[in-house]
Design a protein around this ligand. Structure first.
Ligand SMILES: Nc1nc2c(ncn2[C@@H]2O[C@H](COP(=O)(O)OP(=O)(O)OP(=O)(O)O)[C@@H](O)[C@H]2O)c(=O)[nH]1
Length: 407
């Protein structure tokens, strides 16, 4: 006869002997295995835990095993408390009823098959649903799932049903699901959230969970049902789309939309920090002539070369934006007006002496610029107006020069 395995926690090491003898007397062959915590036992196993050995991290797994809690002094209140946490029974150390109860458990006399037909019908129905679907009881133990859910996790139904989420997911992910489950059961109703799920091949997918609590006829929450939608691709598309709406497709730099978002944010931060912030507006001089000489394609190429060159001149804390046809902004963090002015001069001089090549022909390009420091006591709109005017001043003063705004 194959011995039944009984798992026990450290404080029950010597205590178990009396039960071993009693069980043998009634013809039960058992094997005892010591465990330090409940996760070292397989699901469905009979696990005997001394109350003092149980840690809070063991609680989510109590119901996925046939857990018996052994207490020093039995009380109805305490016993019910453990049963509500998922244990199937609670006995005092010296309670001989435990022997009879263990014999019944080991013999499998408690299995109730009266609802088998309904269960089979429910399984057929949920298997027809293409999205992964599962349901858990109020103790967070999986009580059912459809074929799509098994395929999704690459686990068999046996590896899921009766298990706690801590049995089938890595601990950090299981913590997330467990927390969400607790919240849903406490609040009732429905819940929708996104979380990562690790598949059988180790890949991580972003999943939208749509869950709902179900109740018994008294309105008491007895479990939850969840449907999973794989939104990994959808989220990737959203983030690509979001990036595209903030990027200038010609030069790859950030565009005006991104500038509007960033400048608001940086300006708000500036109001609560001593870190200086400056803005440079740049416009390519006589750009129309480049288009006229090289065609629109040549002009596009020039804009790409200009953006690349500007980017190569910046510090990692500066941000470049293409905000119009041949107009660029540079946001300079940690920079006062003096430093911003020097930097603008350096860029204009550098651009004027740099020789670009379009269609193998050398091209000279110059820039006009305005600079301003973002004073937190001035309205952002007026700052942007003033720096634009400074740029027009640079244009009307002959181009290829910088005009600073001193507030
Ligand atoms: N190739 C190309 N040209 C563009 C693009 N956007 C704007 N332009 C051109 O840039 C030129 C800008 O001309 P203007 O505003 O008159 O300015 P400018 O010729 O640079 O002269 P100033 O700014 O006064 O020095 C126009 O001819 C636009 O068609 C673009 O994406 N690609």
């Amino acid at each position: 006869m194959i011995p039944s395995i009984l798992y026990f926690s450290p404080l029950l090491a010597s205590w178990k002997t009396q039960f071993h003898t009693a069980l043998c007397m009634y013809g039960q062959t058992v094997e005892w295995k010591a465990i330090q915590s409940i996760d070292q036992s397989p699901t469905f196993a009979i696990v005997l835990l001394a109350e003092k050995d149980i840690k809070a991290s063991d609680w989510p797994l109590l119901a996925s095993r046939r857990t018996i809690v052994i207490v020093d002094e039995w009380s109805l209140d305490n016993s019910v408390k453990w049963i509500q946490k998922g244990a199937i029974n609670c006995f005092a150390r010296d309670d001989e009823h435990l022997t009879a109860w263990l014999i019944s458990e080991i013999s499998g006399l408690t299995v109730n098959r009266s609802h088998q037909a309904e269960d089979d019908m429910l399984q057929i129905i949920i298997d027809a649903i293409p999205a992964p679907l599962f349901f858990k009881d109020h103790l967070h133990i999986y009580r059912g799932c459809n074929t799509a859910f098994c395929q999704f996790l690459e686990l068999s139904r046996e590896e899921i049903i009766g298990h706690s989420v801590y049995d089938i997911a890595p601990k950090p992910l299981a913590d997330t699901y467990y927390k969400a489950d607790c919240q849903l059961l406490a609040e009732g109703g429905t819940q929708r959230y996104e979380a990562e799920v690790q598949l059988g091949d180790g890949s991580i997918h972003e999943i939208e969970f749509n869950k709902a609590v179900f109740t018994n006829s008294n309105g008491q929450a007895i479990g939850q049902v969840g449907v999973m939608l794989d939104v990994t691709e959808r989220n990737q598309l959203i983030s690509q789309l979001d990036k595209a709406t903030r990027t200038d497709p010609l030069t790859g730099t950030s565009n005006r939309r991104e500038f509007n978002l960033i400048i608001q944010d940086e300006f708000e931060k500036r109001k609560h920090s001593e870190q200086r912030l400056s803005l440079m507006t740049l416009d390519v001089d006589f750009f129309k002539k480049i288009n006229d000489k090289f065609g629109h394609g040549g002009g596009d190429q020039a804009l790409q070369l200009i953006a690349k060159w500007l980017q190569s001149q910046l510090r990692s804390s500066d941000s470049l934006f293409r905000v119009g046809g041949e107009e660029f902004y540079i946001l300079m963090r940690d920079t006062n007006i003096q430093n911003a002015f020097e930097m603008a001069e350096r860029l204009c001089k550098g651009m004027a002496t740099h020789i670009f090549s379009i269609d193998q022909k050398p091209v000279h390009i110059t820039l006009s610029a305005g600079v301003i420091e973002l004073d937190p006591t001035t309205e952002l709109e007026s700052i942007l107006d003033m720096v634009d005017k400074a740029l027009y001043e640079a244009k009307s003063d002959g181009r290829n020069c910088v005009r600073p705004v001193y507030l």
